[in-house]
Design a protein around this ligand. Structure first.
Ligand code: FE
Length: 205
């Protein structure tokens, strides 16, 4: 399908429609502004990159789980309790010494909400959306991520239907760490592909 098919409105239009719908629902007494605020608060504070970090850490310590992530990302992520809105079909792309993956939505801002929360503003910017496709190596360098020229960069274009999550490589020197300690090393950007996990000493691996 073309990218035009899956977005009938740009996101400004969606925001206006959402605001109008909210006003109508509140006026009719069908929903309170408190309930709406609670949903927004949920996605701003409770559903965020910490969810994706737990998925990544589990994959690092459990080969069978990692295989399930590849076979059925949505199902394996659901095993940890994450799913639903803006995450109907999740595909996990794994970094290797030869391939580095990065995600984008070239048309707007499709993003894997259940594992990463709401997208950062740069992810929604026209500059990122256009340039990461045309010159990914230069864009990643601007994020401070200098990849070896031999590493292939694969750019995955998210859609309304399919949302990608990058499974970064486990940093060296983490052999003795527990799953929770590993999760603390997994940054949001490392799961978008614009960064790497932290090293055990706190520096980028
Ligand atoms: Fe989009």
């Amino acid at each position: 399908m073309s990218h035009d098919d899956h977005h009938h409105h740009d996101h400004d239009d969606v925001a206006v429609r959402a605001a109008a719908l909210e006003a109508l629902l509140v006026e009719k007494g069908l929903i309170s502004t408190d309930a709406i605020d609670a949903v927004v608060d949920l996605y701003e504070n409770d559903v965020g990159p910490q969810n994706g970090a737990r998925v990544v850490a589990r994959a690092w310590v459990d080969d069978a789980y990692r295989e399930r992530l590849h076979a059925n990302g949505t199902g394996a992520i659901g095993e940890l309790g994450y799913g639903g809105f803006e995450g109907d079909t999740m595909v996990v792309v794994e970094n290797t010494p030869e391939v580095h993956n990065v995600i984008v939505c070239t048309l707007c801002s499709c993003y894997p909400w259940p594992v990463l929360g709401l997208p950062p503003s740069w992810y929604k910017s026209p500059a990122y959306r256009a340039r990461v496709v045309a010159e990914p190596r230069a864009v990643l360098a601007e994020f401070g991520l200098e990849l070896d020229p031999d590493v292939e960069i694969r750019v995955w274009d998210s859609t309304a239907e399919v949302r990608y999550l990058v499974l970064p490589m486990r940093p060296p020197g983490t052999e003795s760490l527990e799953e929770d300690e590993l999760a603390a090393l997994v940054t949001r950007d490392s799961m978008v592909g614009t960064g790497l996990p932290l090293s055990p000493t706190g520096a980028a691996a």
